[in-house]
Ligand binder design. Structure first.
Ligand SMILES: Nc1ncnc2c1ncn2[C@@H]1O[C@H](COP(=O)(O)OP(=O)(O)OP(=O)(O)O)[C@@H](O)[C@H]1O
Ligand SMILES: O=C(O)[C@H](O)[C@@H](O)[C@H](O)[C@H](O)CO
Length: 190
């Protein structure tokens, strides 16, 4: 993939019409959560947090060693992610967090008492493997992709989920997400 186009090169009109929202860009490793999340937050002038940065070092070392995380490994991390979202909701400026959020119960932690919505990026497994193999300097080994896919509970039937294909170029994905945010402005109050 070529360098991700900066948002200046992407036609993003009337972003000011989008009210502050709190999005978790989710999906298995390699789907493009960071690539999309960073640029989405930049385009919307919202806060951004890389969920991976909230992992304790023990989790990073475990994944780097090719060992899948367990629920027990993830609960404290998910609570830190929730805490960040809660802080941003209180500020009220809009925010984007990247977090794999593989299971429904994980998504329930992230959205607990908060108007959190999810953007699920979907990419075919063989493309994910290729991307992870080509990626350099990242702690996540491609060998963990099968466990990521096996753990994922697809949020197909869940509410408050924006679904996008991660196969298109990042700038197109960004435009599509922003279009959905502009068209579907139903606040989440459950
Ligand atoms: N839409 C895209 N088209 C092609 N390549 C992409 C796209 N989005 C991301 N990539 C590439 O795929 C790799 C994974 O992207 P990225 O790190 O953003 O994914 P991620 O979901 O955050 O991964 P992880 O959860 O492992 O951190 C990177 O090398 C990135 O440049
Ligand atoms: O829940 C998990 O198993 C982990 O969070 C992984 O998803 C990593 O964060 C990420 O994918 C790094 O590549």
């Amino acid at each position: 993939m070529g360098a991700v186009k900066t948002m200046e090169t992407v036609q993003v009109n009337h972003v000011e019409s989008i009210r502050p929202r709190y999005l978790v860009v989710m999906g298995v490793s390699g789907t493009g959560k960071t690539t999309i999340g960073v640029n989405l937050a930049e385009a919307l002038h919202w806060a951004f947090q890389e969920g991976d940065s909230l992992h304790p070092q023990s989790n990073v070392e475990k994944m780097h060693a090719g060992v899948p995380l367990t629920d027990a490994d993830r609960w404290p991390w998910l609570e830190l992610c929730h805490e960040w979202l809660e802080k941003e909701v209180a500020i009220g400026r809009g925010a984007v967090l990247t977090c794999s959020a593989l299971k429904k119960v994980y998504r329930d932690v992230l959205s607990r008492k908060l108007p959190v919505e999810f953007v699920h990026i979907k990419v075919a497994a063989e493309i994910l493997l290729e991307r992870m193999q080509q990626r350099t300097g990242h702690f996540m080994p491609p060998s963990l992709l099968p466990s990521q896919l096996a753990t994922l509970e697809d949020p197909t039937d869940e509410e408050h989920v924006i679904r996008v294909s991660g196969l298109e170029p990042p700038d197109i994905i960004l435009e599509k997400i922003i279009e959905v945010l502009q068209k579907n402005d139903t606040p989440r109050f459950d």
